[in-house]
Design a protein around this ligand. Structure first.
Ligand code: AMP
Length: 402
């Protein structure tokens, strides 16, 4: 019987999970995926079995999870009922921040857990919840290896000019850097391209467009520059995040409007983006269907920001051999892809509108110097693959310094 891997992605009020079988292939096989959302509010359990159906139910009464530990117990209970023969060999965690030092996945022990806890100040909205997930899994599976996979790791190869801000060096030294995020998605896409079109990895721009959105310039399969920086707020317009903003606006809000740090954080993270600009929704499908002028404006801003960043990132890679659209919007929205790529012939991109409408995997015309792919990302598969490798190398965790 094969071993099994659980992947966990713990958020403020949710735990997403997946179960993989390790059959010895290059990629582990996903056999179930699901989540508990609304911990502490109105919790719901949802899961999908690869070879079966979906299940969804509200968690009420004695079942109501009050903490990540409670939620994890429910997940483990469901997994052991549904897959009684599964033997859990390791647990892989999505960890948002590996700080300036971790550029590869690693085994988590007491010492590294403390180091990761020290990065909470860098990502206060995510890191403490990721750590709560690790602690809960440690209690539920004592002695089973736990592997941390960092969303920042892929970007640690970016050169200093794309890693820093124009501040005095002491700020860089204390950790005020352009970390970049969505690294597990970029790593998954580059790994898949390595299998099917390795030439595309020479000069590549990946557009991860989802509720969170970023773009990454990649040269010879290594991250060179990201639209996200110190935090996941920078760069593109997102579901509820503002993206690029002049720091002068923040000074104005603080000095002239007496807004607190908490109020500004709420504005920039939760009340801006597609939702804040349109006043309609954070969901691209709603905006595409809406007749409201504000929805049209938000879409135009979203697309315009992507086009500007595309030019900027192609300047980093010196032109591109390929682009990849991924994420919920990137892999599904024919509308966004069409508007991002129209009139980009100056950059060597010849768009094939019919292929886009047909939802083909390649949406550039045959003669296009830049090949444009549409691909589904799979961060859980990336975590599971890392976890298998790192857990087998328990005596030599892949600790790397940038
Ligand atoms: P993600 O965060 O990658 O899961 O992406 C979630 C977002 O993808 C949703 O909020 C939607 O805006 C978007 N999305 C999903 N399906 C579609 C679709 N068929 N057309 C346009 N946008 C979509």
């Amino acid at each position: 019987m094969s071993d099994h891997i659980i992947t966990l992605n713990a958020g403020s009020s949710s735990i997403k999970f997946a179960l993989f079988a390790t059959d010895g292939g290059e990629w582990p096989r996903q056999i179930a995926i699901g989540q508990i959302e609304g911990i502490g509010v109105s919790p719901e359990f949802e899961a999908k079995v690869a070879a079966g159906g979906k299940t969804k139910r509200a968690l009420t009464g004695a079942e109501t999870p009050k903490s990540h530990d409670d939620a994890l117990k429910i997940i483990i209970g469901w997994l052991s009922e549904t897959f009684p023969d599964a033997k859990i060999a390791a647990i892989g965690h999505r960890v948002v921040h590996g700080g300036p030092i971790y550029s590869a996945p690693m085994l988590i022990d007491d010492a590294s857990y403390k180091v990761l806890a020290g990065f909470s100040a860098l990502a206060p909205l995510h890191q403490p919840h990721n750590l709560a997930g690790i602690a809960a899994a440690g209690r539920a599976f004592p002695g089973i290896p736990q592997v941390g996979c960092f969303d920042t790791a892929f970007h640690r190869t970016q050169p200093f000019v794309n890693d820093t801000y124009g501040l005095p060096p002491e700020h860089y030294e204390e950790g005020v850097r352009r970390y970049g995020f969505h690294g597990l998605s970029y790593e998954y896409i580059t790994s898949r391209l390595q299998e099917r079109d390795p030439a595309a990895l020479r000069r590549l721009v990946v557009l991860h467009l989802g509720n969170g959105a970023s773009m990454c310039a990649i040269k010879d399969a290594k991250g060179q520059a990201s639209t996200m920086g110190f935090s996941p707020l920078d760069g593109l317009l997102m579901g509820t995040r503002c993206g690029q903003i002049d720091p002068g606006v923040l000074l104005y809000l603080m000095q002239q409007k007496a807004m607190s740090a908490a109020a500004i954080s709420d504005l920039l993270n939760k009340k801006s983006g597609l939702k804040g600009m349109s006043g309609v929704s954070s969901d691209m499908r709603d905006l595409e269907a809406s007749a409201a002028p504000s929805a049209k404006q938000a879409l135009e801003y979203f697309v315009n920001r992507i086009r500007r960043e595309l030019g900027s990132l192609m300047a980093v890679t010196g032109g591109a051999d390929a682009l990849v659209f991924t994420g919920g919007i990137g892999s599904n929205s024919t509308f966004v892809r069409e508007h991002v790529l129209a009139g980009m012939e100056w950059a060597g991109i010849v768009f094939d509108s019919a292929a886009n409408q047909a939802r083909a995997e390649v949406i550039s015309a045959p003669g296009s110097a830049v090949k444009v792919y549409v691909m589904q990302t799979d961060e859980e598969a990336m975590i599971a693959r890392h976890t298998i490798r790192v857990a087998k190398l328990a005596e030599a965790p892949a600790l790397a310094t940038a």
